[in-house]
Design a protein around this ligand. Structure first.
Ligand code: CTP
Length: 404
């Protein structure tokens, strides 16, 4: 990793993982970056500022308006090529989301013109709390990049999500933003379908499913962070991608998703079919709200286009197709069948039998099935970390392809 000449502002907040920020500081310096450190009051309970001062050879600020340096936050924010906050506590993210500027870290965030990324760190229940999730969504929508948390043993003794990413993972994440050679998918075009589709029955009712789009959005973000030009064809969901360079094409029905996918498929080297497309739609949409007169209702349904199947037939030798299979059983046979039938290069199976996998969860447990009867199982991970594994696989598939 070459970060020579890059200026990085490292914010440290109050979490037991603050000690890992010392390792991160050393790694950033070894990669050639100049690093200045700022801390929250809470962080200084875990690691004394002197530690960071001694290693960074610069003073470490905690308050944004003290005696001699009231506008230090502006200077530091404008100095930085990138602002990374590691660890980012739940409290800090809440203050950032609320737009507060009551210490150096939050003031620098508001004043920053550089890309901002943060590595959350907290206990599993704090991580899953709706308030934390909401704050993360607010920060994402303001282009803050979230470095995926890990899953495992936490300082509290509990096990789950919320561990801060390891310093080397944070370094890699930063490298992808700052160093062009780490933009491993630069020049590549990608298309991702994500979310559910909604098929109207009448003006107020529809057929749909519980997909939140989280997995597909995480893949779109991961592709964009490695430099790909990404078109995200997104069904009706509340979530949005965090990466500012993902192009979003909102759609509602399977037919609209198909038309949008047709438009972007031909020029895309990478196509990821992550959407939970409704396989059927009502043959006719009632003009008026259907009344409940009578003892029952028969709805005639017709088939929707199978987007992955149709585009699989058009696939050229330079294109990689990734599919998903969400199965209620173990699903291995179905996944292998879909791999063949839809001409995927890789299908990602998640089984509803596995706790923590499926719609609406923050985690996923997946198995890859590749051509030639190959497969690979992964442990339970955050959907962002799973997206990283999928994009790693896409990169190695692309390397094996023939030129167009
Ligand atoms: N898919 C698609 N268009 C559809 C249905 C599915 O593009 N109309 C894609 C999904 O995005 C996924 C893959 O095909 O990548 C498998 O989807 P899945 O719903 O598991 O398979 P189906 O072919 O619909 O089979 P079934 O529902 O009968 O299991």
């Amino acid at each position: 990793m070459d970060l020579a000449g890059k200026k990085i502002l490292l914010g440290v907040s109050g979490s037991i993982a603050a000690y890992k920020a010392v390792v991160l500081l050393r790694s950033l310096q070894k990669a050639g970056a100049s690093v200045r450190v700022i801390m929250t009051r809470g962080a200084s309970d875990f690691v004394v500022p002197l530690t960071f001062e001694a290693i960074s050879h610069h003073p470490v600020s905690i308050e944004n308006s003290t005696n001699q340096s009231w506008n230090n936050h502006i200077e530091l924010s404008l100095w930085a090529d990138l602002f990374v906050i590691a660890p980012a506590s739940a409290n800090l993210m809440a203050r950032m989301a609320a737009g507060m500027a009551d210490d150096m870290v939050t003031a620098c965030y508001l004043a920053s013109r550089a890309p901002v990324c943060l590595a959350p760190s907290m206990d599993v229940d704090m991580w899953h709390h709706p308030a934390t999730k909401h704050n993360i969504e607010i920060l994402r929508s303001r282009s803050v990049q979230i470095i995926p948390v890990g899953y495992g043993a936490l300082a509290s003794g509990l096990t789950g999500e919320g561990r801060m990413a390891e310093p080397e993972e944070i370094l890699e994440f930063i490298g992808r933003i700052l160093s062009p050679e780490a933009q491993t998918l630069a020049g590549k075009k990608a298309m991702v379908t994500a979310g559910p589709t909604k098929e109207a029955i009448d003006p107020v009712r529809y057929i749909s499913n519980a997909s939140t789009g989280k997995m597909g959005i995480a893949i779109a973000d991961a592709l964009a962070s490695r430099g790909a030009e990404v078109q995200l064809i997104l069904g009706p969901v509340a979530l949005k991608p965090g990466h500012p360079k993902v192009n979003i094409h909102p759609v509602t029905t399977a037919e609209e998703m198909y038309q949008a996918a047709l438009q972007y498929h031909e020029r895309s080297e990478i196509s990821v079919f992550c959407a939970a497309v409704a396989d059927f739609r009502p043959a006719e949409v009632a003009r008026e709200k259907i009344k409940k007169a009578g003892s029952g209702l028969n709805l005639k349904l017709v088939k929707n286009p199978d987007i992955a199947f149709e585009l699989g037939r058009k696939k050229k030798v330079h294109q990689v197709h990734i599919g998903f299979a969400l199965e209620s059983g173990a699903g291995e046979a179905q996944a292998r069948e879909k791999l063949e039938a839809k001409n995927f290069d890789l299908i990602v199976l998640n089984s509803l039998q596995d706790a923590g996998a499926g719609f609406g969860t923050d985690t996923n447990k997946i198995t890859f099935f590749l051509k030639g009867n190959k497969s690979r199982k992964f442990g339970l991970k955050s959907k962002e970390a799973v997206a990283g594994d999928i994009v790693d696989a896409i990169e190695s598939l692309l390397k094996k392809l023939k030129k167009p």
